[in-house]
Write a protein that binds this ligand. Structure first.
Ligand code: IPE
Ligand code: IPE
Ligand code: MG
Length: 255
């Protein structure tokens, strides 16, 4: 896959992976607090970090970037902060949709549509429709997303199909279940990054992260740049993924 920028990535580098990187973009509030600024300005600076990351990812051979923008639990925040976050999605799409479209980026919003204000749902749908045929890079923004909610929604859909006589309970396997999640169709998740020094998953991609490499970086999200993404990629490349088997050196030693 060619990067969205048109700059070529050496095939050997892209082959090392990761293909799919997910990021829990955390630390906007602390970044603002450290500067004596309101949290909203931290979120605005976070959008600039997102733009830098989207630009850098294809140059590192990444095919798909999934970012956590708003969780089903973030509704617990003050009303003004929630409405700022909603407004930022809208502003991001409005400012970047044309460029993303030109650069061959497909934009997909993960999460429950019901519950989103009607104007935001409309913006999201327009962006998805506009970029639906792009295939150079997949940008997934999880918004009003919670992994448990997604698993519950998938289970409900399957139960309904059984009730309608379209499926049998024993037809459900891991692959069918995965295809009912909102991430269906994307590449398997290779790395899950969390910024800001927190070391938890906070209800992000629970199913998809089963064999992802976890990378925790101490940088606050608004300070995130290409060097941090490169570090996460290097960290991924230094790991040995076993998927429950034995390491490659052990296989060689075993003959
Ligand atoms: C991440 O930054 C952005 C969202 C959760 C929307 P936070 O707002 O969680 O920042 P901290 O964790 O308070 O520093
Ligand atoms: C996770 O961060 C959600 C997003 C980054 C959108 P939070 O800041 O909401 O997570 P907790 O509350 O620290 O677990
Ligand atoms: Mg946080």
């Amino acid at each position: 896959m060619a990067p969205a920028s048109g700059q070529s990535v050496p095939a050997s580098e892209a082959a090392l992976g990761p293909r799919h990187v997910a990021v829990i973009m955390d630390g906007n509030g602390r970044w603002a607090k450290a500067r004596g600024l309101p949290r909203t300005l931290g979120h605005r600076a976070g959008v600039n970090a997102l733009k830098r990351t989207v630009e850098a990812a294809p140059k590192l051979g990444i095919e798909c970037l999934t970012v956590f923008g708003f969780s089903t639990e973030n509704w617990r925040r003050p009303v003004a902060e929630v409405s700022e976050l909603m407004g930022l999605v809208r502003a991001y799409v409005e400012s970047d949709l044309e460029r993303l479209t030109r650069e061959g980026v497909r934009l997909r919003i993960l999460g429950r549509r019901e519950g989103l204000p009607a104007d935001i749902a409309a913006v999201v749908e327009r962006a998805e429709a506009r970029t639906a045929n792009n295939d150079r890079f997949l940008l997934q923004v999880a918004f009003n997303y919670g992994a448990r909610a997604d698993v519950v929604d998938a289970a409900r859909r399957f139960a309904q199909a059984v009730k309608n006589g379209e499926q049998e309970p024993d037809q459900l396997d891991e692959s069918t279940f995965g295809s009912l999640l909102c991430t269906a169709g994307g590449p398997p998740l290779d790395v899950l990054v969390r910024t800001s020094g927190e070391r938890r998953i906070s209800n992000f991609l629970l199913w998809e992260a089963a064999y992802a490499e976890l990378v925790f970086q101490d940088v606050l999200w608004p300070d995130y740049g290409v060097e941090h993404l490169q570090q996460a990629v290097n960290e991924f490349r230094s790991r040995e993924r076993r998927f429950g088997g034995i390491g490659v050196h052990d296989v060689l030693a075993a003959g």
